[in-house]
Design a protein around this ligand. Sequence first.
Ligand SMILES: Cc1cc2nc3c(=O)[nH]c(=O)nc-3n(C[C@H](O)[C@H](O)[C@H](O)COP(=O)(O)OP(=O)(O)OC[C@H]3O[C@@H](n4cnc5c(N)ncnc54)[C@H](O)[C@@H]3O)c2cc1C
Length: 378
Amino acid sequence: MSRKTADAVIVGGGIIGAAVGYHLAKAGFKVALLEKKFPCAGSTGRCIGGIRAQFSHELTIKVMLLSIKLFQNFKEEVGEDIEWYAGGYLFLAFDEERKKSFGEAIEIQRRCGLDVAFVSADECARIVPGLNTEGLIGGAWCPTDGQANPFKVTFGYLKRMRDMGSKVYTETEVVGINIHKGRVVSVVTNKGDEFFAPVVLNAAGPWASEVGRMAGVEVPVAPDRHEALVTEAVERCLDPMLVDYRSDGCYFLQHYGTGHIIGCYTPVPLVPGYRLDSSDEFVTEMPRRMIRLLPKLSSVKVLRQWAGSYEMSPDGNPICGKTSVEGYYVAAGMSGHGFMFGPAIGKLMAELITTGKSTIDLSEFQLDRSFTKSEAMK
Ligand SMILES: Cc1cc2nc3c(=O)[nH]c(=O)nc-3n(C[C@H](O)[C@H](O)[C@H](O)COP(=O)(O)OP(=O)(O)OC[C@H]3O[C@@H](n4cnc5c(N)ncnc54)[C@H](O)[C@@H]3O)c2cc1C
């Protein structure tokens, strides 16, 4: 068994581990990031890259306003072109109830300083030429939302982190966490190495609850399966992420650089657990749902389908902060929004770890809260 030391150990090489690792390294920490497979092997490599501040929870909106700034400045700050494109998000309302819930969310979003409005069906068709407006009342439109490439963001952070003297260990699974007198001491890996550090961060995404239990901490994160597909590249025809919340709805965007259409919906009933198989239902239904919204996609061919895990917390909000074990932190339970949260959560968690306080107070996301489900715009 070899013995190693670091200022902080991060468990998980997805967007969250990479973003926190980068910001800790920037603050002068020597970080050891341990990843059981390879960076982006978890949910991050399976996500479709959408980024929005249109939420109905005030803290989430504030976090996302910060994240969007960090995405915008990524090239200057981190040195990687992440294919950021502000094409906006358009949430469609086909009934009065949805319009009302969007209206309520818009009030909160505007209070937080977001440029967002409920626009008519005609305006939706102007934003998305060729949109089928049958039955459409209008949509919640935010032009500053956008998209980026999850691999480029994650690898960009990891590269800079390494440049600053921190280390990434791939194919290295954390199998145990040692605690002494209520304080984290070290983590043990499947290779028999022991990493001693005063700070350990659980950024294990869908596996956060297992990594929590290693430290005797209950982290209520449960994975469930979500499916996605990508079509062949087509001429530019869709600027924003288009979101249809109907029970048979879906959401999709056109990758700005390549022209591929990438989208998701989640077959019902939901498949809980770590299953990552793809379904026949999805690959037949998803194109039908996309074509219903954008008939001009009718001859576009599907290239690939895949599945990935959402890492759900009981209330659909992230779990971020300290735990009952001193030095043991958690940043997980991103509930299907971890890519977009990544840059802000990375910065804020690093502030919390290095100074005891973050510039946006994350205490509403702390592990020790009562989890009650609410909110319309998740
Ligand atoms: C189909 C789909 C579409 C999505 N679309 C979007 C989107 O448009 N926008 C958005 O913001 N989000 C989206 N998401 C959600 C997003 O992908 C996740 O919220 C985000 O990637 C979570 O990042 P993470 O770093 O917490 O977890 P992960 O990326 O899963 O990283 C956790 C890492 O921890 C490692 N690990 C686990 N256990 C151990 C251990 N014991 N030792 C060492 N390493 C360990 C895993 O191998 C993994 O690499 C989507 C997800 C899916 C599935």
